[in-house]
Design a protein around this ligand. Structure first.
Ligand code: UDP
Ligand code: MG
Length: 323
């Protein structure tokens, strides 16, 4: 009755440990009298078959898939899927969510920063507060300064443009009910920014404070380029207000130019002054750069429209095991 979705990108080493720990958490619940995860049939002595760990390989270039295959061979509850190319974390998560089948769904990272023990607190809060989603709130985020600055920047802009209040302390780690998963999957957009999409869904939610761990091994998969790409998507997908800047600037500058035009014309006709080169060159640069800026913004939205119109799938699963 619980599905755990984990995207994997070049993270072979921590996987074995992670799965073992998740299973331990689930099993400890089983042993303590089925309080949290009731078994399929009462009195069952073995591990309940009512959980699944879904690992989605976002086309890693290291040995992740081999590690995953070994894990899947040893446990039918570990289900693995491999995407045909690197679609990015948010698409890999979407692929994983679409493969889940149970009532409660957890999403987490595979690098050891999200601790499996916290699943219990998340689930507990979900039931006690009777909400649809519970987010893990990362106190003292253990991410690099650049990463934290970038997420703060994006959140500020998103908030300013569309009121999307996405807490930078909230990451991937969360538990939700099936209703939320189905609602999320029913959103058809191709470029998916999970934070903004969940905020838009606006389901009743709660948070649980967790300790964020340093990475188990390796380094973040988000390099500067990937971060800029995600930031751009977060901003563009949260609001279309930027597209309207042009109309406001246009209105203001046209009023200003009528006033300035009348002034300079009067100078010309009354005093016969030659108009200055400086004024001309400055206004050409000024107006030109505003036009270029606005064209650029329009271009960015056109790119998004182009991607959506092409309507290529968010992800393509090449191989599935244990499903
Ligand atoms: N990830 C992914 N595809 C990518 C990049 C990352 O599926 O193209 C996964 C990665 O395996 C991990 C999660 O997304 O489970 C978060 O990645 P990472 O830990 O590198 O990011 P950070 O913790 O720095 O946000
Ligand atoms: Mg991480």
């Amino acid at each position: 009755m619980i599905s755990i979705v984990i995207p994997v990108y070049n993270e072979g080493p921590p996987l074995k440990n992670l799965c073992a720990e998740i299973i331990k958490v689930i099993k400890s619940q089983f042993d303590s009298g089925f309080t949290i995860f009731p078994p399929v049939s009462a009195g069952a002595k073995e591990m309940p078959g009512n959980y699944e760990i879904i690992l989605v390989d976002d086309r890693s270039t290291d040995n992740s898939w081999t590690v995953m295959k070994a894990l899947a061979a040893g446990d039918v509850n570990i289900k693995i899927a491999r995407l045909c190319r690197n679609f990015g974390q948010h698409s890999a998560l979407t692929a994983g969510l679409s493969l889940t089948q149970y009532e409660y769904v957890v999403m987490m990272d595979c690098d050891g920063q999200d601790e499996p023990q916290n699943i219990i607190a998340l689930y507990d809060t979900l039931l006690k507060k009777n909400v649809q989603i519970v987010y893990a709130k990362r106190k003292n985020r253990k991410d690099g300064a650049l990463k934290r600055a970038a997420s703060l920047f994006v959140n500020r802009i998103m908030q300013g443009l569309s009121g999307v209040k996405h807490d930078p302390e909230i990451g991937t780690f969360r538990i939700m009910k099936r209703t939320v998963v189905d609602a999320y999957l029913s959103m058809p957009e191709k470029n998916r920014f999970i934070g903004g999409m969940f905020y838009w869904l606006n389901f009743e939610s709660a948070t649980v404070d967790v300790v964020h761990q340093p990475r188990a091994s390796g380094k973040s998969n988000y390099n500067f380029r990937k971060m800029v790409k995600l930031a751009r998507l977060g901003i563009l997908s949260s609001s279309t207000k930027l597209l309207s800047i042009g109309i406001y600037i246009g209105l203001i500058t046209s009023i200003l130019s009528v006033v300035a035009g009348a002034y300079f014309l009067s100078l010309k006709f009354i005093y016969d002054v030659p108009l200055g080169f400086t004024a001309v060159i400055v206004s050409i640069f000024f107006v030109g750069s505003i036009i270029m800026l606005l064209l650029g913004i329009m271009g960015e939205y056109m790119r998004e429209i182009f991607e959506e119109v092409k309507a290529r799938p968010n992800y393509i699963v090449e191989e599935k095991i244990n499903f």
